[in-house]
Structures are given as structure tokens and as C-alpha cells.
Design a protein around this ligand. Structure first.
Ligand code: EPU
Length: 428
């Protein structure tokens, strides 16, 4: 096991490149199951969620090879192997295996997914969609069993706007007989990315990126090449660290339109920003103003940037309120930020941040992926040395983070944990 060491307080400067989107990758890879010939996905991030999905596709008979950061999946020999336990529990997005395997084989057995603990994360809307398409769905000893004689298109209204349910229903519906309409669908860019891949494979999908998606089922889907979109959450994390500890940071390989809510909030705080076609420049903000932020579904402010945004707000003058309307318990990073001298209170779904304070280096633990990003930003801002444990969370979603930050001049490295430190971790 390793920990991250960060010598804080050094200004960051230079260019940092964004990788392919994690939350697209984890849906695009299962989507390849639906094809009848090899699919190439270009530009995948080097993260453990991708590595886990590779193994899962191999477990069901797929051949998966890498050429740099391009993945080639040959799905021809795949079978509907039950996956009730094991690696499916390592990531939330293993639920996409349900939609994809149901779509191809009319049956699947998938253990209930893992992922970050952010409060309750039910999958009732996914199941509602599968049932509407004609599947029988049961929960047996912690695994979801899905079976259908035949999938038939249906009209499905999502009671909750859900990224996962929207994509999963698309995966199950592209080969179903007839027409499917998903109403109150989520509009995140990752949904458009998955729809683009499926369309290149031969699917007939209209309206991805709006709240009504129409799918006309087709008999077969074939292989294709697809380039993944850049990771808007990684880009947003870099924008935040540029604003928090930078003296001119250029973020490269971005779709600026995906980050408008964050750009607007940073400008409101007084951060100088220049937006190009595929780049965003974050200048040094001298005196930052407190702002209030409420997380919403896309195109609102993303919940995945709420935690890293909190770290930046410790530098702002005044009182900021951050409210998460998507998850009820996405505040586990706050206790750790307090260890670093932050002045933050949590009341219900809101965190109230009083600033400015100078953060102090400390030993902290990442409880989930974006909490990890928040603590890395805090460590870069802080005086002295910060040690971050719980790196397995950060490695699920940030590709080559240490190398990328070194490129900006950060003093940051990974170090093996001692036996004693590992024991302490277990007892926390
Ligand atoms: N929800 C339900 N029922 C469902 C599905 C969702 O009540 O059947 C609720 C959830 O509990 C949550 C809300 O709806 O309160 C939104 O959940 P959604 O389904 O949209 O989330 P998700 O698809 O499970 C994805 C990302 C998350 C990101 C959310 C929201 C992936 C693999 N994960 O999760 O990313 O926070 O959308 O944008 O795409 C992260 O990257 O750190 C991360 C957690």
C-alpha cells in the first residue's frame, strides 16, 4: 500500500493535459459486449476502474488488448457468465454489465455494485427500465438476476434523473424489438458519448443529451473505432487546483462547454479565466470572494466537483455555502480538511466554509475518489507536508496524477506505507 506525500505551498505553473473521461470509459467498455466484431476505444484513461473492467470482460470470454491508451475488445466469444461476486464489487459502474449482457444475451447475473460511499445509491430506476423492456429481475443473495425471453421496446419515465439508469436502459434497448422512449433522461456529456459509440456500432438513437431519448431497436451491432471525450471532472479538478495554488495553469484537452457551471463560479470568485477552443487558462486570483454553490444534474454544477471546490473555498474571503442536492453524505472530506485547519461546519446537506484560512499540512485519509481530489488540492495549498492515504480511491479515477502534477512543478510523490501505518489504517 502506498501514500501520497505533498510538500505544499509551491506555486503551480505550466500545462496539464486531461485524459479520457472515467465516467464514459466505464460505460463504453461494457457497451462493447453488444457488438459482434471488435471495437476499438481510443484514449482511455490509465485508471484502476478501466483495468477492473478489462478483467471482467475477459472473465466472460472477451479478448481485450491495449495499444497505448487504445483498447481493442473482441466480443465474439463472450458468453453470459454469471458474475455474482469478486471484481464487480470494486466499482459502481459494473452495473452497466447488466444492461449490456441483458441486451446481448437476454440474461445476466451481476453482483450488486461497489463504488464510493456517498449516501444511499439505489438502482431501482435501472431495474424499472429493464422490467419495462420485458426482463424479469430478482435479487438473490446480493446479486441481480436478469432474464428475458425477448426484449421489447417500451416507454420509460425515470422518476429520478439518473446517469446510470439512462445509459443502462440505452444498453438494454438498442437491440430490443421496436421502439424505446426514455423520458426524464439524464443529459450528461457521457450519455452522448455512449450514444455516439452505439450509433457507430449501428444502433438507432435520437435525442441523447436531451431529456427524451428515442431508440429504434436493431438486430445486430458491429465493431467500430471510437474516441472517448475528455474527462470534464478531471479538467474541473485541474481548474480548481490552478485557482487554489497556481500562478498560471493551462488545462489542455478540454471541452470548455462541459465546464460552464464551474467556469462561471470561478469567475464569480474573482479567478481570471481565459477560455479557448480546447484549452482553459486559469490565472492567479489575488483576493478570492466567497460564493455559494448548489450541485445539480447537468448542466448544473456537478456533484463530482463539490468536494474539490470546498478546498478552494477555504482560501476565499467570507462565508460560502456548498449544498449537495444529489448525494446525502458526500462530506467525508470535511473532517480531513478540518485537520488541516479549515473552518467548516456541516449542516444537513450543506457545508459552510469560513475563510480565508491558511491550510496546514497534516496526515489525512481519502474516503472516496473526489474526497481524494479535495485533499490533494488542499495539500498543494497548505503550508508544510501533507500525507494522503486511501490512494486506491484516487487511482480509480485520476490517470497518472503524480506525474501530471510534477509537470506543473508540484513537489509530490508516492511512498510505501510502513507496517505500522497500515495497521493504523485498518483500525480507523
Ligand atoms: N438514484 C436513484 N435511483 C436509481 C439511480 C439513482 O434514486 O436507480 C439517485 C442516486 O441515489 C443519486 C441520484 O439519483 O442521488 C443520481 O444518481 P445517478 O444514477 O445519476 O448516479 P450514478 O449514475 O450512479 C454517476 C457517476 C457519479 C456521479 C453521478 C452524478 C458514474 C460511474 N458515476 O453515478 O460519479 O456522481 O453520476 O453525476 O458515471 C464520481 O465520478 O466520483 C462519481 C461518483
Amino acid at each position: 500500500m502506498e501514500k501520497l506525500k505533498i510538500a505544499g505551498g509551491y506555486p503551480l505553473k505550466g500545462t496539464i493535459k486531461v485524459s479520457g473521461a472515467k465516467n464514459s470509459a466505464v460505460a463504453l467498455i461494457p457497451a462493447t459486449i453488444l457488438a459482434e466484431s471488435p471495437v476499438t476505444i481510443e484514449g482511455l484513461p490509465d485508471i484502476s476502474d478501466v483495468a477492473t473492467l478489462k478483467v471482467l470482460l475477459e472473465e466472460i470470454g472477451g479478448t481485450v488488448t491495449f495499444d497505448g491508451d487504445d483498447m481493442v475488445v473482441d466480443p465474439t466469444k463472450m458468453v453470459s457468465m454469471p458474475l455474482p461476486n469478486g471484481k464487480v464489487k470494486k466499482l459502481r459502474a459494473s452495473y452497466y454489465l447488466m444492461g449490456a449482457m441483458l441486451g446481448r444475451f437476454n440474461k445476466a447475473v451481476i453482483g450488486l455494485p461497489g463504488g464510493c460511499h456517498l449516501g444511499p445509491r439505489p438502482i431501482d430506476q435501472h431495474i424499472k427500465g429493464f422490467e419495462a423492456l420485458g426482463a424479469k429481475v430478482t435479487n438473490e443473495q446480493g446479486a441481480i438476476y436478469l432474464r428475458a425471453d425477448e426484449l421489447r421496446g417500451a416507454r420509460i419515465y425515470l422518476d429520478v434523473v439518473s446517469v446510470g439508469a439512462t445509459i443502462n436502459i440505452m444498453l438494454a434497448a438498442v437491440k430490443a424489438k421496436g421502439k424505446t422512449v426514455i423520458e426524464n433522461a439524464a443529459k450528461e456529456p457521457e450519455i452522448i458519448d455512449v450514444s455516439t459509440l452505439l450509433t457507430n456500432m449501428g444502433a438507432k438513437i435520437k435525442g441523447a443529451g436531451t431529456d427524451v431519448i428515442r431508440i429504434e431497436g436493431v438486430e445486430t451491432l458491429n465493431g467500430c473505432r471510437h474516441t472517448i471525450i475528455p474527462d470534464r471532472i478531471e479538467a474541473g479538478t485541474f481548474m480548481l487546483l490552478g485557482a487554489a495554488a497556481g500562478e498560471g495553469v493551462l488545462i489542455d484537452n478540454v471541452i470548455p462547454h462541459h465546464l460552464e457551471s464551474l467556469t462561471a463560479k470561478l469567475r464569480e470568485m474573482g479567478v481570471p479565466i481565459e477560455v479557448g477552443d480546447e484549452q482553459i487558462f486559469i490565472g492567479k486570483g489575488e483576493k478570492l470572494k466567497a460564493v455559494d454553490v448548489k450541485t445539480l444534474v447537468y448542466p448544473g454544477f456537478p456533484t463530482d466537483l463539490q468536494q474539490p471546490f470546498t478546498s478552494l473555498l477555504t482560501r476565499a474571503e467570507g462565508s460560502s455555502v456548498v449544498t449537495d442536492t444529489i448525494y446525502s453524505a458526500r462530506f467525508k472530506h470535511i473532517d480531513e480538511l478540518r485537520r488541516m485547519n479549515a473552518n467548516i461546519k456541516v449542516e444537513g446537506r450543506s457545508a459552510i466554509i469560513n475563510g480565508p484560512v491558511t491550510l496546514q499540512g497534516a496526515k489525512v485519509k481519502a474516503s472516496d475518489l473526489r474526497a481524494g481530489a479535495a485533499l490533494v488540492i488542499a495539500g498543494l495549498m497548505a503550508e508544510g507536508m501533507t500525507e494522503v492515504t486511501g490512494l486506491e480511491h484516487i487511482d480509480r479515477g485520476y490517470s497518472n496524477l503524480v506525474e501530471k502534477l510534477e509537470g506543473l512543478g508540484a513537489t509530490i510523490w508516492r511512498e510505501k506505507m510502513t507496517e505500522e501505518e497500515m495497521e493504523q489504517q485498518k483500525s480507523l
